[in-house]
Design a protein around this ligand. Sequence first.
Ligand SMILES: [Zn+2]
Ligand SMILES: [Zn+2]
Length: 256
Amino acid sequence: MRIEVLGSSSFIPTIKGSWSSFFIDLGKGDRILIDAGTRRLLGLRKDILTVSHIFITHRHPDHVMFLGALLRRMKRNNRKKPLTIFCPVNAFYHVTGFIRFYNPRGIPDFVNFETFTPGDPGYLISLSKSNTEIWAAAACHTTMTAGYGIIQGKTKVVIVPDTAPNCKPLLALAKGARALFHDTTFPTAVHSYAIAKGHSSPEGAGMDAAKAGVQTLVLIHTSRARARDEHALFDGAARYFGGEIHVGKDNATFTF
Ligand SMILES: [Zn+2]
Ligand SMILES: [Zn+2]
């Protein structure tokens, strides 16, 4: 699978980063999005318009802001192929509100919704062409939030933009993963404050990566920390995690 970071910033975007979204090409024509927070979804690329599923992590605007505008663009491209949007059950009202804002005539006909309550790791759906399973587990954030696991054979990648560290369901989902994309909203210097706000520091991300025994850690949802010192991101995470560490900047791509 090929994972492209469209937006990796936390809720205060910077010139270098826009709000959360990940485009994932699973192969054999299966393509999905996790989150739809960035304006970059509205570029000229056709591949983004062909995704079959969008997985929303939670209802905060930095994760859903451009969903409605994306669906409007799909409609203008005469999309007929069904699109299924998965979201935590308490995000449904907000998600449909964001969609209606850009689609005053109503939610486009090709859109279906699947709501769920994230908890212990649980199976959501299979994408048969690419032989992929999508799983979800509860993150530890300020509202009901999912982390998503993308599983292809023995390769598992977990993406969780917003969570405090040491979140049991997420650690279970991420156990032995090929890669973990983890919240790094606040600098290590304010590690405790980050936890109180339902977020992580690089230190927290490093601890989780080590506990889950993943191979690669990708630091995302990072703007505040990154704006201060990119090296501090690596150093904070590397204090606890001896594996490969990357900063998931906008436009970065990862193939697993
Ligand atoms: Zn966020
Ligand atoms: Zn959030």
